[in-house]
Design a protein around this ligand. Sequence first.
Ligand code: PGA
Length: 232
Amino acid sequence: QLAGLKGLMAGTLSLAIVTTAKYFIPHLIGDFSRKFPQIDGRFHVGNRQQIIQRLRSGEDDFYVFSHPPDSDKLDMMALLPNRLQAISPLDHPLAAGAPEQLVSLEAFCRAPFLMREEGSGTRHAIEVHLSRLGMAPNIRMTIESNEAIKHSVMSGLGVSVLSEHTLAFGEQQGLAVLNVEQLPIVTHWYLAWLKDKPLSPVASAFLDYIKQPGREQIDLKESSGSLNRVLF
Ligand code: PGA
């Protein structure tokens, strides 16, 4: 069905995605637009709260969250796993035996922590996970960007927990991924759309494309390994 539409379909596909998803969604859109060259892909990036606001206004075709709002107005399908990993400066005492040596959660929570801003799904996941375990991070700074947190950790300002996809690209020098008890936090991204908003032909074609056999689960069982291997 998709093959028959190739080259004929034109229009705009609009996605609003959380910051951690910006590393893989463009590849997905890129691949889709190669198949349908007349489609213009647009995506907006924000933290969870900002994407929820866009969802309320209903202006996009699809939304990508790893912690979708609890709403019966949404249809959803699971995409990739999103693992949140503990990181520290390479020369931090907790990194002495990394990545093999197990670090206690208590010791990790005592270290100065660089936290995402209020409204971030990453922050939400960290707070919920640690509070279930009766712990809380020792927040030293609040920083509104995954990349700025990564570089602040590299420069020795503290430890953090970030999506491994934010770590997978660019310079990694000066950064250790720690093997901390009860971490990583494993979540999944979800593609969500409003049930009562009719899908445009372009949006339906995108959904069909994502649901193709082999792609629809974008492998829920896959909790590690290369992003490229999972997606392409
Ligand atoms: P965020 O994105 O931390 O930028 O909100 C990730 C998420 O929602 O899980």
